[in-house]
Design a protein around this ligand. Structure first.
Ligand code: SF4
Length: 317
């Protein structure tokens, strides 16, 4: 039954036969059970991007909202918390602090919601929240999606700023997801300022921990780097990235910052596309596999948390 829900399959003939073996009382309860599961996450509003993505503002049963992004090429990006305690200075979600954890069912419900709209073959845990701060629930959701949900394990991408508990728990999991690490800078002091409440792990140690996990699972680490003009787009950073990542089992994703208009304290800018492309080319030439990416749906309040913030502003909350 759980499999039918996660895969958004009606109880077809094959499942109906299985259903026939259930006690009558349980069979009668199934429609209500499906109703309750589907009520865990409902679309509050939908905003289509020009790139084939769509950002959903999703209402949870208690009225809280999170963002879920339907990505081009059968992916979905889900949230794991309402708000976030890490407080990255360039992130709207970090502004609110942590409001509450999502349950594993609420995390999976976002995938079910996405699957009711389009096929989903990849799930990235990169929406609102820090998955490492809700580790039990996120790992439970990953196990369900990997075992019952038909998602390939390397297509489940756990994204974190880096937390030692992640490197202890993930290797022991039944379903070992791929790992994305938000690096953003190779300068430890600057990283402490940009990600003020991330665990105090140096970039060198983070890369060592990541490399061990990548070798163990056979999937490369995806390093995330939000490009901020004048902050982490220097030649010194390029040298730092090469020192840390050349020869590693890793992919560097450069993601030019998505500006937040009209909000005090968000005066970061993205470098020009030409500068970003030059950085990607330079890293590539120096032995670091690098991709330059747009953040999905950036024409529709594309930074994490912007859609939710806009909706709260409009509703006066
Ligand atoms: S970027 Fe991610 S980890 Fe940082 S505050 Fe935003 S949601 Fe949290």
């Amino acid at each position: 039954m759980l499999r039918a829900w996660v895969q958004v399959r009606s109880l077809d003939n094959r499942h109906r036969r299985a259903e026939d073996f259930l006690p009558l009382a349980m069979r009668n309860a199934l429609p209500d059970l499906f109703g309750e599961l589907n009520a865990l996450a409902r679309v509050h509003s939908e905003h289509a991007g020009n790139d084939g993505s769509a950002r959903l503002l999703v209402a949870l049963a208690d009225g809280q909202t999170v963002e879920t992004v339907l990505l081009p090429r059968d992916g979905v990006c889900v949230s794991t918390q309402v708000g976030c305690a890490v407080g990255c200075v360039f992130c709207m979600t970090g502004r609110s602090g942590l409001l509450r954890q999502l349950t594993s069912a609420e995390i999976v419900a976002q995938v079910v919601l996405a699957r009711s709209r389009r096929p989903v073959k990849k799930v990235v845990f990169m929406g609102m929240g820090e998955p490492a701060h809700n580790l039990d629930n996120v790992l439970e959701a990953i196990e369900l999606l990997g075992v019952e949900g038909g998602i390939g394990h390397k297509n489940l991408v756990f994204s974190t700023v880096g937390d030692r508990r992640v490197f202890e728990r993930l290797p022991q999991s039944v379903v070992k997801p791929a790992l994305a690490l938000s690096l953003h800078t190779t300068d430890h002091a600057l990283r402490r300022r940009l990600l003020p409440r991330a665990p105090d792990i140096t970039p060198d140690e983070l890369v060592e921990l990541g490399e061990t996990y990548a070798r163990r699972t056979g999937y490369p680490i995806q390093y995330q780097w939000t490009l901020l003009e004048g902050i982490n787009d220097s030649e010194a950073e390029l040298d730092g990235i090469v020192r840390l990542l050349a020869g590693r089992y890793a992919v560097m994703n450069l993601i030019p910052y998505n500006s937040v208009e009209g909000v005090e304290g968000f005066d970061f800018r993205r470098p020009s596309w030409a500068r970003a492309a030059e950085m990607a080319r330079s890293l590539h030439q120096r032995g670091v596999l690098t991709k330059l990416r747009h953040s999905a749906g950036q024409d529709v309040e594309g930074g994490c948390g912007q859609l939710r913030a806009r909706a709260l502003q409009e509703s006066g909350r």
